[in-house]
Design a protein around this ligand. Structure first.
Ligand code: AMP
Ligand code: MN
Ligand code: MN
Length: 318
């Protein structure tokens, strides 16, 4: 089975590289770091490639070992974590040249771009898949690995509040607490602490927030100029889209962020009690994600992107 084959490939490989999706969130970071630490336990020193590392996660074990690029051109094995498709993978040049490739993910829109693919769309976080996988591999989850895993689980479940949370999520977290992982501290650091720049971005986005379609759509944006003015760092935009989601009556929260000139990174979230599948909407624009949280990149000005998105969102309301 795939899991056994994954372990065979890991044991066989000497040069291993681990990577995740662009603009990495807590699940992407927690996944690459826990995999890095787990491989160390098997006697493997892997390279971890991450660009735009958010400062929020720099306290996690292994964070200091992250690289932005490598001198090794051809790895024996490349492992992609928490990334639905090759075009969003940071370090895809290493992935494409590697002898063997493994994809471990929880996005329903995963394109299965590895030689071995282990994708579970009902898992609330890639870190939760890894927790089960490490157990299967008989690699003991110590407090360092556990801290990384729980950081990913907490961020991808919005602090255990999304409907994607399972009984296993709590059981695994309880197990970590028993092992001495400071779940409360990790929670405070990854979800309850904002950089000042992040707060300033949120303030701007909140001021601009519009309620459209009779209050069913919340829309806001930030552009490069905002990020420059508030001296934004990687990850500072995280959470802005959640703001619109919590407004009564909102079925879809939309947040767009200027990526490069005339291109916006779109984040969509289904509102409380909404049955709109935002992954389907993002799929139309070449993106994807989960039914209640998804993304895509869309071309145009703020107004043009807004109109393109509203057109598809209206269809979903019918
Ligand atoms: P975000 O709005 O960037 O926080 O993304 C929400 C969810 O959708 C996350 O699980 C992302 O990994 C996923 N996602 C975002 N953008 C894309 C994309 N272009 N293609 C596939 N999945 C995406
Ligand atoms: Mn992610
Ligand atoms: Mn994830």
């Amino acid at each position: 089975m795939t899991l056994d084959n994954i372990l065979v490939e890991i044991k066989k490989a000497e040069k291993i590289v681990i990577m995740a999706h662009e603009t990495p969130d807590g699940d992407a970071i927690g996944s690459v770091l826990s995999m890095y630490l787990a491989l160390k336990k098997l006697g493997k020193e892997a390279d971890v490639i991450v660009k735009e590392f958010p400062r929020t996660f720099s306290f996690l074990p292994g964070a200091k070992n992250i690289k932005t690029k490598s001198d090794i051109e051809k790895y024996d094995l490349a492992i992609s974590l928490d990334c639905a498709d090759l075009k969003r993978l940071v370090g895809r040049e290493y992935f494409e040249k590697a002898e063997k490739t493994i994809v471990i993910d929880h996005h329903g829109t995963n394109t299965m771009y590895g030689d071995l693919n282990f994708v579970n769309p009902v898992s609330p976080a890639c870190c939760e898949i890894l927790a089960g996988m490490l157990e299967y591999f008989d690699i003991s989850i110590d407090s360092e690995i556990g801290s990384c895993l729980v950081a990913g689980i907490i961020t991808d479940t919005g602090g255990f509040k999304y409907s994607s949370v399972t009984a296993e999520t709590f059981e695994f977290t309880a197990e970590l607490l028993r092992k001495g992982v400071n779940v409360s501290e990790i929670y405070q650091r990854v979800l309850e602490t904002k950089t000042k720049s992040s707060f300033e971005l949120l303030r701007r986005a909140t001021n601009r927030l519009e309620l459209l379609e009779g209050g069913k759509v919340a829309f806001t944006y930030i552009n490069k100029k905002d990020e420059k003015e508030v001296k934004a760092e990687p990850g500072d935009h995280e959470g802005i889209v959640e703001n619109g989601r919590s407004i009564e009556g909102v079925k879809v929260s939309v947040f767009i962020r200027e990526k490069e000139e005339n291109f916006y990174k779109v984040s969509l979230r289904a509102g409380n009690g909404s049955n709109i599948n935002v992954s389907d909407i993002c799929y139309v624009f070449g993106g994807g994600g989960h039914p209640r949280a998804a993304g895509a990149t869309v071309q145009g000005t703020v107004e043009q992107v807004k109109e393109k998105l509203l057109k598809e969102i209206r269809k979903a309301f019918c």
